[in-house]
Design a protein around this ligand. Structure first.
Ligand SMILES: N[C@@H](CCC(=O)N[C@@H](CS)C(=O)NCC(=O)O)C(=O)O
Length: 198
């Protein structure tokens, strides 16, 4: 199995952590989405990462579909089996991925527009959602118990991405999340290697 990914991508980081946690036999292939290489666009019409190429020649995307695919490969070990806990984990993942969507919208607004066309109210609107999401997470800190699940990996990837691209803009108001990140790293030491990095 191959994971098409990039080191800075938070959704890639989430699925790379999950693959490592589940001890899957997966080869990471770094791709540059801007260049749109054939291996990516021929397998994912959206040209986005992460994209997984299975040994049976199937391509799987987006990151949520990949997480559930991984979970099924390993006998449902990536999400809690009880309904309530499972919903909690899935909603946590949705919230964290949603925060990443906002962060990416900000990064892309600055990266792809000419400076005079950058629309600050759009950036402010996205950032407001990020802060609201982080506030919610700070008061509903997910427990890191014996088993890790998809929601934990999503949160770890999101915080890692904030650390990479938005340093100094969120930590002071969300020290609980810094504490959470430390606890997570103790539980999953490969975090330092697999978190988003530039
Ligand atoms: N909802 C998708 C989002 C994937 C995504 O936006 N990935 C970014 C990199 S972090 C990407 O591929 N961007 C390139 C593009 O949008 O063209 C997922 O969860 O996998």
């Amino acid at each position: 199995m191959k994971i098409l990914c990039a080191p800075a991508s938070p959704y890639s980081s989430k699925v790379r952590m999950a693959a490592r946690y589940l001890e899957l036999d997966a080869t990471e292939i770094r791709v540059d989405t801007n260049a749109g290489p054939a291996i990516l666009v021929d397998n994912n019409p959206l040209g986005k990462i992460p994209t997984v190429l299975t040994d049976d020649g199937v391509s799987v995307f987006d990151s949520v579909a990949i997480m559930h695919y991984f979970g099924r490969l390993k006998g449902k070990q990536l999400y809690p089996s009880k309904n309530g806990k499972r919903t909690e984990a899935e909603v946590l993942e949705a919230l964290c991925d949603g925060i990443c969507d906002c962060l990416l919208a900000i990064v892309y607004e600055r990266r792809f527009r000419d400076e005079e066309k950058i629309h600050q109210p759009w950036i402010d609107r996205q950032w407001k959602k990020v802060v609201s999401g982080l506030n919610h997470l700070s008061v509903h800190l997910p427990k890191v118990g014996k088993k890790l699940h998809g929601g934990h990996f999503a949160l770890a990837a999101t915080l890692g991405y904030l650390d990479l691209r938005f340093k100094g803009q969120w930590e002071a108001e969300h020290s609980e999340l810094i504490g959470w990140m430390r606890t997570f790293e103790k539980k999953f030491p490969a975090y330092s290697e697999l978190k988003p990095q530039g």
